[in-house]
Ligand binder design. Structure first.
Ligand code: GEK
Length: 241
């Protein structure tokens, strides 16, 4: 796995983070050293897909990056006639995702689409996964997308939303940030790298509170939204149609 040293040597400007070729090259390492519980979120996808996928339906991976969630979906489908649609807007991610998916032997067909998830038609879906992607959309666009996901799902389908979250209590919020940075330091990021990445992500990754996410899901019509996983300030919320 290539080591992420993107913020090791060069200073960055606020909001300059991009999902480009340099990021795609080190992305598996970046995800594991930056997101507490990333691997648990991938395992959760497998478990939930097994339980909720229905025959003759579509499964969507919105913001698929290199396809780790896509493969977790694909390897856990045990019903016939499903199709997976994996969408990402970054060309460097999509190109590498194609190579990864081509090398996988599981049988459910996967269509990888380079596009904006706000423009993608969602239909006949029993599974929709959005693993740490909603946080990169402008807040103003989030409710419309979640409502479109709901409308495109079949009854009994499952939506898993994973996000970095903030806390409405500033004391708790500071504590969560402190422990997130400790997690990154324990995974060999320096204080300077942590500070530079934070600057680069300003106004690019915009976290919201658990309550905001759960209310948005409920407002779209999703049933029983609940925190499925939590590790410091990263959560996976599952809900059903
Ligand atoms: C995983 N889900 O490994 N349309 C399409 N893609 C987008 C958009 C958009 N509007 N905005 C951002 N992206 C993956 C990890 S990473 C999470 C997802 C992270 C894409 C972006 O190009 C990137 O590949 C992905 O969302 C977010 O389970 O970097 O923290």
């Amino acid at each position: 796995m290539a080591k992420d040293q993107i913020f090791h040597d060069t200073a960055v400007e606020s909001g300059s983070f991009e999902f480009n070729e340099s990021v795609a090259r080190v992305f598996p390492d970046m995800l594991r050293r930056s997101i507490p519980g990333y691997e648990a979120s991938i395992e959760a996808i497998g478990m939930l897909v097994k339980r909720y996928v229905k025959p003759n339906t579509n499964c969507y991976d919105l913001g698929c990056s290199l396809g780790e969630s896509t493969l977790a979906i694909r390897r856990n489908i045990e019903v016939p006639a499903c199709e997976i649609l994996a969408i990402d807007s970054a060309p460097a991610m999509v190109a590498r995702c194609r190579t990864t998916v081509d090398a996988d032997q599981s049988k459910t067909p996967v269509t990888i689409i380079k596009g904006d998830i706000r423009d993608i038609k969602i239909e006949n879906a029993s599974i929709v996964i959005m693993n740490y992607t909603l946080q990169f959309l402008p807040i103003a666009d989030r409710q419309a997308l979640i409502s479109r996901i709901y409308s495109g799902m079949v009854s009994g389908g499952m939506f898993l939303l994973s996000e970095k979250v903030s806390d409405e209590n500033p004391v708790v919020d500071n504590l969560l940030t402190h422990f997130h940075h400790k997690f990154k330091r324990a995974h060999a990021y320096s204080n300077l790298e942590i500070a530079r990445k934070r600057t680069a992500l300003e106004n690019i990754l915009i976290p919201e509170t658990e309550r905001t996410h759960i209310e948005r899901l409920a407002c779209a019509g999703f049933k029983n939204p609940c925190i499925w996983l939590k590790n410091i300030n990263f959560v996976s919320i599952m809900s059903t149609r």
